[in-house]
Design a protein around this ligand. Structure first.
Ligand SMILES: Cc1cc2nc3c(=O)[nH]c(=O)nc-3n(C[C@H](O)[C@H](O)[C@H](O)COP(=O)(O)OP(=O)(O)OC[C@H]3O[C@@H](n4cnc5c(N)ncnc54)[C@H](O)[C@@H]3O)c2cc1C
Length: 428
């Protein structure tokens, strides 16, 4: 085990904390800094797809997660045009993976769980109210400028990992572009107490409607997330004032009482950093790539970035892997975003918001065709594991990269996403 190599992680979100835990477990000295004074508590990601559950298991966090989570076995796509409901049930892939379910709980609770394990390890620390300001790097170290209550300081480390979200200052300091675009719509995330179970709602539900599309997901008993689109020209105050009116379209029985617990809106993007590595600095999670959250591709990809970085950087720290594995990290994670997460999330968004009548009919037919073809349906549900990417191999530049450049990679969408080209089922 490597003792003493110091990794500085910027950002105590899911990507940063998982990276920190995984590297500390391999003997690295790890410091996490975050500009907030505690875990961010606003309503954010809360559905853990099978690939994330597998990652939690590999990290020894699954039992803690199961203890706080609601479980979901079904994903529903509701078509208000016909009243039909498309259903995918994770139990149909139980022979292919032990992770044939979703877990539901807030990412702030995941942060608590990870921190408990992380801070129990030697040479670990988290510094709240500590803002990344900039960095320099030399051949063998990084010097990071931080802002603290005591003023500006410099921290020296061997490696820097930027997990500081879509507005990443680390990415900016690396001088990288955040290529892509920002959607015109604003998304509203609300947490509400209401009994959707009673009305037969699956734990993960999307409603496909051009005006009143929404994503409804269970957080815990009687506690649900409703996410929907809002008019970007309104002020936040106006958007908050309209929640009651908008809920009349989302609640199966609007005459029943509900309690709004939290709400906030946010802009969504489809963007990727032009590179995920610059020398001793890396990007992971939303700092590396941002996507609209319909389908959960951003959070789910960020977890896999962290898992790959743990393996590649941890392998280099412990002399298990050559330093070339760090370039593989940057290459493979960017490919996973560009070829899988990004198109899948765009397709989820289109399908949920589609206004064209013919396409809406087609979408519904496609969903029911998928349900009728059990191997295709199982393949679609298993495709989320592709977000984990491919393992490092030393000859990747001569083999994998060449194949990729020749356009031989297979792209597939997660649970019924973009283009599922193969019925071959692989266990995960
Ligand atoms: C309102 C909202 C709702 C969302 N809902 C969903 C959802 O329903 N489903 C889904 O899959 N995804 C959702 N997302 C996206 C999901 O939350 C992100 O993909 C996920 O949080 C990314 O994790 P991360 O660790 O990369 O970054 P983050 O969770 O954004 O963490 C970044 C951390 O870096 C810190 N930081 C930022 N700048 C600095 C700095 N200069 N110095 C030090 N620290 C800094 C921040 O304080 C923060 O703690 C939502 C996002 C938002 C904003």
């Amino acid at each position: 085990m490597t003792i003493g190599k110091h990794v500085l992680v910027v950002g105590a979100g899911p990507a940063g904390l998982i990276t920190a835990l995984g590297l500390a477990r391999q003997g690295a000295r790890v410091t996490v800094i975050d500009k907030e004074d505690d875990i961010v508590r606003s309503p954010r990601a809360m559905v853990y797809l099978p690939s994330t559950i597998k990652a939690l298991d590999e990290l020894g966090l699954l039992e803690d997660a199961k203890a706080v989570a609601a479980w979901g076995y079904e994903y529903n796509l509701r078509f208000p045009l016909s009243g039909n409901i498309g259903r995918l049930n994770y139990r149909t892939i139980e022979d292919l993976t032990p992770y044939a379910y979703n877990l539901h709980f807030g990412q702030d609770v995941l942060a608590e769980i990870i921190l408990k394990h992380f801070l129990a390890l030697p040479d670990t620390e988290i510094r709240w109210s500590t803002e990344f300001l900039g960095f320099e790097q030399s051949e063998d170290s990084v010097q990071v400028r931080i802002g603290t209550a005591q003023g500006e300081q410099v921290l020296e480390a061997d490696w820097l990992v930027g997990c500081d979200g879509a507005g990443s200052e680390v990415r900016k300091a690396m001088g990288l572009e955040f290529e892509g675009f920002t959607w015109n719509d604003v998304f509203m995330a609300t947490n509400v107490i209401y009994d959707f179970d009673k009305h037969g709602y699956a734990a993960s539900t999307m409603v496909a409607d051009p005006d009143h599309w929404c994503v409804i997901a269970k957080i815990s008993d009687n506690f649900w997330r409703i996410a929907y689109g809002e008019d970007a020209s309104l002020t936040e105050e106006q958007r908050l004032a309209r929640i009651h009116e908008r809920f009349q379209h989302f609640l199966p029985d609007p005459s029943e009482p509900y309690e709004l617990v939290q709400a906030n809106s946010y802009r969504v993007h489809q963007r990727s950093a032009s590179s995920y590595r610059l020398g001793r600095a890396f990007l992971a999670g939303d700092a590396a790539h941002a996507t609209n959250p319909i389908g959960g591709m951003g959070f789910t990809s960020g977890i896999q970035d962290a898992m790959t970085l743990i393996n590649c950087l941890g392998g280099v720290l412990n002399n298990r892997l050559p330093s070339d594995a760090l370039d593989w990290y940057a290459y493979e994670r960017r490919r996973c975003y560009l070829e899988i997460a990004n198109p899948t999330a765009i397709e989820f968004k289109r399908r949920t918001q589609e206004a064209d009548y013919t396409k809406r009919i087609e979408d519904e037919a496609n969903m029911f065709n998928l349900m009728a073809d059990s191997e295709m349906m199982r393949g679609a549900m298993m495709s989320v594991f592709q977000l984990a990417g491919r393992p490092y191999q030393e000859d990747w530049r001569e083999t994998v990269l060449r194949q990729d450049q020749a356009g031989l990679t297979q792209t597939a969408g997660a649970h019924g996403g973009v283009s599922l080209q193969s019925k071959t089922l692989t266990k995960a």
